[in-house]
Design a protein around this ligand. Structure first.
Ligand code: B16
Ligand code: MG
Length: 220
């Protein structure tokens, strides 16, 4: 097995949109809520929710609302959306971990790199269980551990600390522009996957496919 000979000692992966495609379930959850409230919502608005916390996402969804909502009403709506979202997550199985992700993650781990999750989601551990990655990552930094959402770097700085590495030793992998900005703000290099993350000029690498990480890390 080729050992990691690249510049990094650790990799910090965003979850939603990078490891698995829970982004479509977020869309369905927000869409159901928005329809119930009579608020216009579409895929374009949904893109702005990538990497953003649940309450900050709700504020974006409600930009199109015709009435003002109280804090208690907002909390109820965020909870309702999370219920809809978790119903969909509950149907996920290890088959929802794409084969290229699984194969690449295993090779990265075997190369000796330390691997962590850096996700804004409070459902990260549940998602990892559903897709069969429970216990796979060395460390998990998620929405339950932070008070500031991306583009603040807190979630990645927490992950680096858990890995006992400096930001300069870690590469962040992101699908969200807010995530690429968070990485840069924390002193991390980043690998951008997909159009939203790649629209940021702050991304160090642009990935055509997830397995490009092997080359960046000097494994192939
Ligand atoms: P939850 P990531 C983020 O996950 C999602 O991209 C974002 O759309 C969501 O609002 C946020 O998690 C919070 O998720 O409601 O499950 O706590 O991309 O940072 O892995
Ligand atoms: Mg994401």
């Amino acid at each position: 097995m080729r050992k990691n000979s690249g510049a990094f000692s650790g990799l910090i992966f965003d979850l939603d949109g990078v490891i698995c495609f829970t982004d479509r379930y977020h869309y369905q959850g927000w869409k159901r809520l928005a329809d119930e409230e009579g608020v216009y919502f579409d895929e374009t608005i949904n893109h702005r929710l990538r990497g953003v916390s649940r309450m900050a996402s709700l504020e974006i969804v409600l930009e199109r609302a015709e009435k003002a909502y109280s804090q208690a009403e907002k909390e109820e709506m965020a909870e309702r959306k999370n219920r809809y979202y978790r119903e969909l997550l509950g149907e996920m199985t290890p088959a929802d971990l794409p084969a290229d992700r699984k194969e690449t993650l295993i090779r990265l781990k075997e190369s000796g790199l330390k691997l962590a999750i850096g996700s804004s989601s409070k459902n990260a551990k549940f998602i990892l269980e559903r897709i069969g990655l429970d216990g796979f990552f060395d460390e998990i930094s998620d929405g339950t551990m932070i008070s500031r959402s991306k583009p603040d770097p807190e979630v990645f700085l927490t992950a680096a600390k858990l890995l006992q590495l400096e930001p300069a030793q870690c590469l962040v992998i992101e699908d969200a522009k807010a995530g690429v900005e968070a990485a840069a703000a924390g002193g991390f290099q980043s690998a951008a996957l997909g159009p939203d993350a790649q629209s940021s000029s702050l991304a160090t690498f642009k990935l055509e496919s997830f397995s490009d990480l092997l080359q960046i890390c000097g494994i192939v």
